[in-house]
Design a protein around this ligand. Structure first.
Ligand code: PEP
Length: 248
């Protein structure tokens, strides 16, 4: 039985003091026996978020990370800078990073490998554009993204990973994928993992849906057999996030 995982992606929102206040506000709303709860926050907010989340069930994640250990990479964040603060998760390959910061499947793969090396659980994002969906190439495209992202990752590592299926046309648009669309792609991702590894790995890996998830859409989406929770943008900054975590 896979445990549901609901993660918030704050994107470029909230100062450190606002982060502290928001976590204090949401803390009592996101307690859950059945879901793992992760707040992925801007790097500068991490110390405040870790402090504010102390004693709660909230794990703190980063929104990005670099694939080198240290050195002349101005502006980047190294994996041990995250682990030193107590960061447990990192979002990798979000479509906004692919679109605005030139991330590719290959750089995502390097980051995934580096995250595992440091014991950070990657939340590996994939998903198609509207044009790709209309051309009928969604599943081929997403399979390709996953295969490259997981190159060199062992089955034991893959079992602990999280994949977020996020159709780009559904992110921040208020246009949520239908339950059938989301389940179909998440099932295809699980089948791809079974092909690359084995059934046991496919059964263990957790696959989230992301894209305009709300308190209204979460219950049906998260009840699908291949959807193990969600990656939530806009709604993770509001008290509604508590309802999404406690969707049952
Ligand atoms: C996201 O940022 O990963 C996301 C899914 O955003 P939203 O929920 O706002 O669509």
């Amino acid at each position: 039985m896979r445990k549901t995982i609901v993660a918030g992606n704050w994107k470029m929102n909230k100062t450190p003091s606002e982060a502290k206040a928001l976590i204090e506000e949401l803390k009592p709303l996101v307690t859950s026996e059945t879901s793992d709860v992760v707040f992925c926050v801007p790097a500068i907010d991490i110390p405040a978020a870790i402090e504010a989340a102390k004693g709660s069930n909230i794990a703190i994640g980063a929104e990005n990370m670099y694939f080198e250990e240290s050195g002349a990479y101005t502006g980047e964040i190294a994996p041990n800078m995250l682990t030193d603060l107590g960061v447990k998760y990192v979002i990798l390959g979000h479509s906004e990073r692919r679109e605005y910061f030139a991330e590719t499947d290959e750089t995502v793969n390097k980051k995934v490998l580096k995250a595992f090396e440091h014991g950070i659980t990657p939340i590996v994002c994939c998903g198609e554009t509207l044009a790709q969906r209309e051309q009928g190439v969604t599943i081929d495209f997403v399979r390709q993204q996953i295969k490259i992202a997981f190159q060199g990752v062992s089955a034991d590592q893959a079992k602990t990973a999280v994949i977020a299926y996020e159709p780009i046309w559904a992110i921040g648009t208020g246009k949520v994928a239908t339950t059938e669309q989301a389940q179909e792609v998440c099932a295809a991702i699980r089948a791809c993992i079974a092909e690359v590894y084995d059934e046991a790995t496919a059964e263990a890996i957790r696959i989230q849906y992301g894209g305009s998830v709300s308190a209204a859409s979460a219950p049906e989406l998260f009840a699908q057999p291949d959807i193990d929770g969600g990656l939530v943008g806009g709604a993770s900054l509001k008290p509604d996030f508590g309802k999404i975590v406690n969707y049952k």
